[in-house]
Unconditional design. Sequence first.
Lengths: 257, 359
Amino acid sequence: MTVQTILLLILLIGMIAVGGWKGFKSFIGLLSNFFILFFALIIMAVGVNPIVVTLVLSIAITSITLFFTSGFNEKTIAACVAVLLTVVITLFLTLHMGNAAQIQGFSPEQYESFSSFSFGNTLDFKKIIVCEMIIGLLGAVIDVAISITSPLQEIYQHQSTMSRKALFRSGMEIGSDILGTMTNTLLFAYLGGFITLILWFVQFNYAFAHIINSKVFCSEVFQILSSGIGILLVIPLSAWCMAYMLIPQQWRQVGGK
Amino acid sequence: MKKKLIVVMVLISALIYLGVDRNDVFYSEPIGKIIAIEETEISSTDDVHATGIQQKITVQLTNTKQKSATFVVINQSTVGQAFQERYMLNDHLFLKPIKMNNGKMVAVTISGLKRDRYMAYIGILFVLLTVFIGQKKGVMSLISVCVNALFFSLFILLYLKGYPLMLLAVIMSIALATTSIMLVCGINRKSAAAIVSTLLCTTFSMGLMVAVMYFTGEKGLYFEEMEFMPHDPVNLYLVGVLIGTLGGVMDIAISMASALNEMRQTHTELPHATWVQSGFEVGKDIMGTMANTLVLAYMSGSIALMLIWFQNNVPFSYVLSHNLNLEVTRALTSSIGIVMSIPVSIFVSTFLLKKGSVS
C-alpha cells in the first residue's frame, strides 16, 4: 500500500460522502483528466506537435470537467467557449513571449539529472514549455469561467428584464470578486515548488542580477504570470459569452416592434 | 480617481517598458547585442541522437569601457533546445571574458541570455490587465500577492538564519491565510469563519498525510527525484504541500463563507436545515473544479521531464511511480483538504454567522 493509493481511497470516500453522486462524478472526472494528460504525453513523446496536442487536450479536459459533472447546458457551454477562447489567446501570447525569452527546457542547474539521457530530435522544447504553461492554468481558467456563468444564469432567472450589457457587468463584478482568491490559489500552488529553487539560489549566493535573468527563475515567474493573465482574460470572455447566450438578440423594450 | 490611477499605471508601465531595454549599463557583467548570426548544422558531440546547430554570432558590447567593440562567439544548440538556446538577432547576451590583454577583453564566451526585459513585459501586461479588468478589487489582489510574497521572503530569510523550519512554516501559513482572507473579505464574521475553517482543514489534511506517510513508511514517495536537492527534502516537501493545500482550501473557504452569508442575508428567516443543505449544494459544485485546478497546476511542471523519460524508453510504471509520486501526493492531499473544507465551512459559518449577518 503506497501513500498515493491510501490517499486516493480517502479522497474517493470523501468526495462521495460530501458530494454524493455528483462527488463521485467529480472524482471520475479528475481521474479521467489525469489519464488523458498521460495519454497526451505519450503522443507528444513520439513526435506529435505539442501545440496541437495542447489544443486538443484543452478541449478534452474542459469538456470532461464541465459537461460530465455539470451537464450540457447554457452555463457549461458558455464557460467552455470562454475557456477555449482564453486558451487560444494565452497560447499565442506564451508562444511568442516565452520563445523570445528562451525559457524552454531545462537549466544548467539541472544538467546532472540528465547526463544519461538523449534528447533526440522529436521533442521541440520551445513548444513543450507552452504546453506546460497552458495545462497549468487550464484548471483555474475552467474554475473561474463556471464560477461566473453559473451565478449569471441564476441572476437572469430571477431578473429576466436585464439587458445584455447589465448582465455582462454583473459578470465582471463576480469576476473581480473571485480574481483575488484564484490568483492567490495558483500563486500558493506554484510557490510550494518554488521553495527549493529559492533556497538553492540563496545558498549558492546567486547575485540578484543573475537570478532575475536565469532561465529557471524566469520560467517559474512566467508560469505564474501567464496563469494570472489567463484567469484575467477569461473573466470578460465568460461574462460576454454567457450574456450573449442568455440574450442572443438585443430588442427594444419600449414600443418595440 | 479611477481615471487618474489608470493614467498613472499606464505611464509607469510605459517608462518600465522603455527603460528595461536600455538598462544594460547598470550591469557589471559585459553584455553584447547580437548583430549577425551564421548558422550551420553539426552533429552534436554530447548527444549522438540529436542534430546540433552551431551559431557563429557577432556581438557588439553595450556596456563596460569597451562599449561598441565587437566579438565573435560560438553557440551550440540542439534542434530540440532542451538545454541550449538558439539565439536570434537583437538578443542581448551576457558575456564572459576568456582572454584579456592589458585589462582589455580580447576574447569572450556566452554565459547566458539577458531575460529581464521579458519579465518586465509580462509583468506589465499582468498588472495592466489586473487594473483594467479587476479594477479596485484587482488592485487589492495585487496588494495581497505582494504581501504574500513578503511573508514568503521573510520565511526564507528566517529559515536560512537557522530558525526551525516547521515552526516558521506554521506561523507563515497562519499569517498568509489571515491576511489574504481579510484583504478579500474585510474584517468581519465572514472572514473569521473562512479563517477558522481554512486553518482547521489544512491542519487536518496535513496531519492525515503525515499519518499515512508514517504508517506506510513513506512507501511510494521518492524524495531523490526532487529538483534542486535541498538538505532537508522531506520537511521542505511537506512545507510545499502545506502552502499548496492552504491556497486551495482558502479559496473554497472564502467562497463557502460568502455564499452562506449571502443566503442568510437574503432570507433572514432561513431554517437551519435548509441553510446547511444549500451550502452543500454550492460546495458540491466548486469542489470538483477546484480539485481539477490544483491537479493540473501541480502536474504541468512535470510534463517536460516525463517526456524525456518516455523518449528514453523508461517504462510507464516507472515514470508513473518515480516521476509523478511527489506531485500526485501533493494533489491528493490538497484535494482531501478541499473536500473536507465544505462540511467544515458549513459548520463553522452557520455557527458564527447565526447571530447577525455581515453586509
